[in-house]
Design a protein around this ligand. Structure first.
Ligand code: ARG
Length: 588
C-alpha cells in the first residue's frame, strides 16, 4: 500500500510538471514544524537556481494548481518558498480505513527471497549471562522480528562462545578439586558417565574462582591454556567434560532467554565452525592472501584510505592455535555453505567494532564472501549505572541477568500491590510489565549510544516507558470489554469517520506512519524507531481517549467510528510491541 508521503509526492510532482518545473524538485518530507503543517516540500528553493525565479513565485504556482485537490485541507506557499501541506480529514480517514483492512496494515512485504542471518545473544557457556549480554539479546531479537515481519527469511543464531579459555579454566579447576575423575585419566578407554560431575550452580562458582585465580597465578593460567589447547586438539576426556559443560549451560541459558522472551532459530556454537578452518587457512595461503609475520599467520587488511591504523588480521598464532578471528571467519564460511545468506547482521558490543572491521575486510579480501553478501555490524553502547559507569551491583559485582529481572519484577509488583487483581494475574502482569520496563528502556535508545539504567524511570507508568505503552494497550483492551459488556457490536468493516477535532486527527496521523516506520527500522537496524512510533501513537490515543466520548457517545455512527479507531490503535500497538519482543497483560 502506498504511503501517505508517496501519495503526496505524486500529486506534488504532477503539479511541478504542470507548472513547467522538473519533478525531481517535488520532494515531500514530514514537516519539521508540526505546529504549522503535517508535510512540506522545499523543492522550489532548490529549483530557483535552475529556473532563475523567486522560489516563492514558483511555490505559489504549484500551490495554485492544487488548491482544489481533495487531498488537502490546506496547502500554502510560505516565504521564502516552502510549500506547507495539511491533508484533509476525509483523505486521512480513507487512508486509515484502507490500512485497517490490509495485511500488515499496508506495510509491504519484501519481494526478494533474501536470507538474513542475525548473530546475537553471544552468550558464553559456563559463564552466567550477565547484563552485558542483555543488549545483544534484546536488540537482536527485535531486529529479527522486524525482518521476519517484512517477509525475509531470517535465521537468528545465538553463536555461543564454547571454545575459549573459559573451558580450559573450568577443566583445570575441576582437575585440582577432583583429580580422581575419569575424565583426567589419559589411559581411560571406557564410556564416560552420562551425568555431569557438576551443576550450573557449581559452574557459576567455579568459573569466577578459576578466572580470578589464574590472574594471580601464572602457572595455573598456563595449565588452563594447555588444557584449552588439549581440548581443541581432541583430548577425549576433555571433550567429554566440555560436552557436559555445554549441556548444563545451554539448559540454563534457554531458561533465561525464555524469560526474556528471546528465542533463536539456531543454537550454533563457535566450535561448530572449527571443521571449516583447515581448508579456509589453506585457501588463504594458496591465494597468497596470508603471510607469516613473526611466526604467526596474518592477513593484511589496511587500506590506503584508512585514517586510523587497522592492524592485520591474525589467523593462526605462532604455536598454531586459532583465535576468535579465525572462528568468526570460519563461521562465515559455514553460514555461506549452510544458508547462503545475502546479509549477516552482528549485534555485538561496539567495543568490538575494530575487530569486526578486520574480520569483514579479511573475509572480502580472501574471497570468503563476494560483493553479493552484506556484512553488517550493529554495535551497541554500554548500559551504565546512574553514576555513568558500566552497570554494577551495589557491592560492585557483575549483576546476573536473572537477578536483574527478579528485582525489576518485584519493584513492579510492589507498585501494583493496591490493584484489585487476583494473585496469578498480578504476578503475570508484573512479569510482563517488568520485562517491558527493561527491554523498552534499552530499545528506546539508539543502539549505538550508551544509556543509563534507571529502574525508577523505566518502571514508571508515565512518560516514554514500556509500562506506559502496555498501560495504553490494557486501557484499549478494557475499553473493548466495556463495549462487549454493553452489547455494542461494531462490525469489522465499520468505517472510521473523518476526524472532527485535533485529537482524532493526531491519532490517525500517528497510525498512518506505520509502514514507513517499520521499513526504516529494518533498513537502519533501528528498533528505537518502533519505540518512538508506539510512544507517539500511545500519547495521541490517550489524549483522544480523554477528550472524546467513546462508548458513551450519543451518536451511534460516531460511537462506532471511535470504537473502530480505538480497536485499530490496539491492533497496531500490539503488533508494534511484538516487534520489540514485549507482551501486554490483560490487566495491570
Ligand atoms: N561471545 C562473545 C562475547 O561474549 C560475543 C560473540 C559475538 N558474535 C560473534 N560472531 N563474534 O563477547
Amino acid at each position: 500500500m502506498q504511503k501517505i508521503i508517496e501519495i503526496l509526492q505524486e500529486e506534488i510532482s504532477v503539479a511541478f510538471e504542470k507548472a513547467g518545473y522538473d519533478k525531481k524538485y517535488a520532494k515531500v518530507t514530514v514537516s519539521n514544524r508540526p505546529d504549522l503543517c503535517q508535510y512540506q516540500c522545499n523543492g522550489a528553493l532548490a529549483a530557483a537556481k535552475e529556473y532563475h525565479k523567486a522560489p516563492i513565485q514558483m511555490a505559489n504556482e504549484v500551490v495554485e494548481l492544487l488548491e482544489n485537490s481533495d487531498t488537502f485541507l490546506e496547502i500554502t506557499a510560505q516565504m521564502p518558498g516552502f510549500i506547507n501541506m495539511t491533508v484533509s480529514p476525509a483523505f486521512l480517514s480513507d487512508y486509515i480505513n484502507k490500512m485497517s483492512g490490509e495485511e500488515n496494515f499496508g506495510c509491504e512485504k519484501t519481494k526478494t527471497e533474501e536470507t538474513i542471518v542475525i548473530d546475537y545473544g553471544g552468550a558464553n557457556v559456563a559463564k552466567p549471562l550477565h547484563v552485558g549480554h542483555l543488549r545483544s539479546a534484546v536488540i537482536g531479537e527485535s531486529i529479527k522480528r522486524i525482518s521476519k515481519y517484512l517477509g525475509y527469511h531470517v535465521i537468528g543464531d545465538v553463536h555461543l562462545g564454547d571454545w575459549g579459555l573459559q573451558i580450559g579454566l573450568i577443566i583445570t579447576e575441576l582437575k585440582h578439586r577432583k583429580p580422581e575423575l575419569v575424565y583426567f585419566d589419559e589411559n581411560y578407554e571406557g564410556e564416560y558417565p552420562e551425568e555431569a560431575p557438576f551443576t550450573m550452580a557449581d559452574l557459576e562458582e567455579i568459573y569466577p574462582y578459576a578466572s580470578g585465580y589464574s590472574k594471580e597465578h601464572e602457572d595455573y593460567k598456563k595449565e588452563a591454556q594447555t588444557a584449552t589447547a588439549e581440548l581443541q586438539a581432541g583430548r577425549k576426556g576433555y571433550l567429554a567434560l566440555w560436552q557436559h559443560i555445554i549441556h548444563v549451560s545451554v539448559a540454563d541459558l534457554k531458561k533465561i532467554y525464555d524469560k526474556l522472551n528471546v528465542s533463536f532459530d539456531l543454537w550454533k556454537k563457535e566450535s561448530d565452525a572449527q571443521p571449516y578452518i583447515p581448508k579456509m587457512v589453506q585457501d588463504m595461503k594458496d591465494g597468497g592472501y596470508a603471510h607469516i609475520d613473526d611466526g604467526a599467520l596474518v592477513v593484511d587488511v589496511k587500506e590506503e584510505t584508512d585514517t586510523k591504523e587497522i592492524p592485520p588480521c591474525m589467523i593462526l598464532k605462532s604455536n598454531g592455535a586459532t583465535l576468535y578471528n579465525t572462528t568468526d571467519l570460519a563461521t562465515i564460511v559455514e553460514r555461506r555453505k549452510l544458508f547462503d545468506p545475502q546479509k549477516i547482521i552482528y549485534v555485538v558490543d561496539k567495543r568490538q567494532s575494530l575487530y569486526f572491521e578486520q574480520v569483514f575486510r579479511c573475509a572480502r579480501k580472501t574471497k570468503i564472501i563476494g560483493s553479493d553478501v552484506d556484512l553488517i555490524f550493529v554495535g551497541f553502547g554500554t548500559m551504565n549505572g546512574k553514576d555513568g559507569k558500566p552497570f554494577k551491583t551495589r557491592d560492585g559485582g557483575v549483576l546476573r541477568l536473572e537477578t536483574l529481572l527478579a528485582d525489576v519484577t518485584k519493584q513492579v509488583e510492589e507498585k501494583m500491590a493496591e490493584r484489585d487483581m487476583d494473585e496469578t494475574a498480578r504476578k503475570d502482569a508484573a512479569q510482563k510489565v517488568g520485562l517491558a520496563a527493561i527491554k523498552y528502556g534499552d530499545l528506546s535508545n539508539q543502539a549505538s549510544k550508551d544509556y543509563v539504567f534507571d529502574i525508577d524511570r523505566f518502571t514508571s507508568f508515565e512518560g516514554n516507558t514500556g509500562p506506559y505503552i502496555l498501560y495504553t494497550i490494557v486501557r484499549i483492551k478494557s475499553l473493548m470489554n466495556k463495549v462487549a459488556e454493553q452489547g455494542i457490536v461494531v462490525d469489522e468493516n465499520t468505517p472510521v469517520l473523518p476526524a472532527a477535532n485535533k485529537s482524532q486527527t493526531d491519532v490517525m496521523l500517528a497510525l498512518s506512519k506505520w509502514s514507513e516506520t517499520v521499513e526504516a527500522a529494518f533498513a537502519e537496524q533501528a528498533p528505537h524507531k518502533i519505540c518512538q512510533f508506539v510512544y507517539e501513537l500511545s500519547d495521541a490515543f490517550n489524549k483522544f481517549y480523554h477528550e472524546n466520548k467513546i462508548v458513551t457517545n450519543e451518536d451511534d455512527t460516531v460511537r462506532a467510528s471511535h470504537i473502530q479507531l480505538s480497536r485499530l490503535v490496539g491492533r497496531v500497538l500490539e503488533t508494534g510491541i511484538d516487534l520489540l519482543g514485549l507482551e501486554a497483560p490483560d490487566k495491570m
